[in-house]
Design a binder for this molecule. Structure first.
Ligand code: ZN
Length: 324
């Protein structure tokens, strides 16, 4: 049996999107394919979009394989949880153009209508955005019939709500929330490992000469009505003190925190694995007496039951862990 005490760094999978840009290369230093690259699947075991291990004895191994081969790395997880596969996707999203207006189902709807897939709860930490940026969050329909009517009549300006955001803001999106990332926004997404998206509206854009498929019926079926007040969904984190974990959310699937570092900081022991992304700056990490350099764009997994990690530098970390 291999002793896994070292953190595992991941090599991302990159995805082309009609709305993508080049900032994953220019701002994050990734070597990316040509074209419009909208998504860096930094930590993912989603079939066809997997990250692979970048360091240590298992370099080159897919995360899904590592998940099933090295259960101790991830902690003492319930058998059913383990059997369902690595549970999250951590993505960096570069929206050069607007993303479609969309909504995701919850576990129950996805299980019943999408061949037993997971639903999609997701959350966003804003890495960068233009001045006066707004996200699409929620809607103004009072009933499902009204939602159906407004969608049918293309009354998008009346229907959709928008909320101002700035760098460092955090938003938790429960399934059923109608939402869209807008042009110029770059964010870190932590989500359930699911790719089920119902597109409500795509700004009448064409991809290869054709509009992308819409899923109006499914969207109407899963949308939360009335919608949550979008102003109450945005958490500002710019006052988070350096050296301390600032909790962004704890929901039924995950806990996510922000750890701004200026000098030294530590994270302690935990019973299950943690996912860490360096969203800004650089520095070093020390675990079990070993040093590893860290830079913006790095994502790694900290093993369960390790002594934790000590950081030194000027960085911002986003740290996620499972809720069981
Ligand atoms: Zn989404």
């Amino acid at each position: 049996m291999t002793e896994y005490r070292d953190p595992v760094f991941l090599k991302p999978y990159f995805q082309q999107n009609i709305w993508g840009g080049r900032r994953l290369e220019t701002e994050f230093g990734f070597s990316i394919p040509d074209g419009r690259i909208g998504e860096c699947w930094a930590v993912s075991a989603y079939p066809g979009c997997e990250s692979t291990i970048a360091n240590g004895p298992d370099a080159g191994m897919k995360l899904s394989e590592f998940w099933s081969r090295e259960p101790e790395f991830f902690g003492d997880l319930p058998a059913e949880y383990r059997a369902a596969g690595y549970p999250f996707i951590t993505k960096i999203i570069d929206a050069k153009e607007n993303l479609s207006i969309q909504v995701h189902p919850d576990d129950a709807y996805a299980a019943a209508h999408e061949n037993g897939a997971r639903g999609k709860t997701e959350c966003w930490y804003i890495l960068d955005c233009p001045e006066h940026a707004e996200l699409v969050l929620g809607h103004n329909a009072g009933t499902r019939e009204e939602l159906r009517r407004m969608i049918g009549e293309h009354r998008w300006n009346e229907l959709l709500r928008r909320v101002p955001v700035r760098k460092g803001d955090f938003i938790q999106l429960e399934p059923g929330t109608i939402h869209a990332i807008t042009a110029g926004v770059c964010l870190l997404e932590t989500q359930q490992s699911s790719d089920i998206t119902y597109r409500v509206y795509d700004y009448d854009r064409l991809q290869n000469g054709k509009p992308r498929e819409l899923h109006k019926e499914q969207s109407i079926a899963v949308a939360t009505i009335p919608a949550q007040d979008p102003d109450k969904m945005v958490l500002h984190t710019d006052k988070a003190p350096a050296g301390q974990m600032f909790e962004l959310v704890k929901c039924r699937y995950y806990r996510v925190g922000r750890l701004p570092i200026s000098g030294r900081a530590t994270v302690g022991r935990a019973r299950s694995f943690r996912i860490v992304t360096v969203t800004e700056g650089n520095g070093t990490m020390q675990t079990a007496g070993k040093d590893a350099p860290l830079k913006k764009g790095d994502s790694f997994l900290l093993p369960a039951d390790s002594e934790g990690a000590e950081f030194d530098g000027t960085m911002n970390l986003i740290v996620a862990s499972p809720v069981l």
